[in-house]
Design a protein around this ligand. Sequence first.
Ligand code: ARG
Length: 231
Amino acid sequence: QSAKTADQGKVLRVGSETTFAPFEFQDEKTKDYIGFDMDLIKAVGKQMGMEAQVQSMGFDGLIPALEAGNIDVAISGMTITDERAKKVNFSKPYYKSGLSMVVKADNNTLKSFKDLEGKRIAVQIGTTGASEAKKIKDVKVREFNNAPEAFIELSSGGVDAVVNDLPVNEYYIAQAGGKDAKIVGEPLNSEEYGIAVAKKNTELTDKINKAMDELKKNGEYEKIYVKWFGK
Ligand code: ARG
């Protein structure tokens, strides 16, 4: 509790790539950054007596920004991986995800990941989707700055499939205009999202974990989850 008082009113500098609905995206009217991650980091900040201020940046710029000390945390649907954990600390996992594939709604030949051999795939640069897609035999992987651009490429026929996080694919198809697309096959893997913090900032990682425990205990996490994902 004493730490809480010390940090009162301090700004928590948050980095995120904000075109990843329903985790982080811009409200068309207010231009605010909204989504599951945005509500979560605001609540975590509040719990620590800090005000979360979000800066939008490229996904592949988040870890460098943490290393440079330009932001305090990154929350961006970021999967906890061993490779990233060499460069940054992660909070405890806060969301279970996984990769899935999206094809055109009228495509009846691509049914699962094994059908992607030799195909053209769009991904977001710097993501787990990008690294998994590159492992497929004879593929042509095209990397885009964000997921919406990858979906546009699919829509215009420039690629055969998009490999991206399942909940984002689901949101795109159900609510973000992806009427001409569908998810096929089983998820490729399971992944967990974590909040990333600079290596040297171990104290902050501990505080974030404590704040998250508290939000789970007091029902706030559950409220935010239900708001964005339903039951
Ligand atoms: N979960 C994937 C990863 O960590 C994709 C995250 C992309 N996030 C974003 N906000 N664009 O590589």
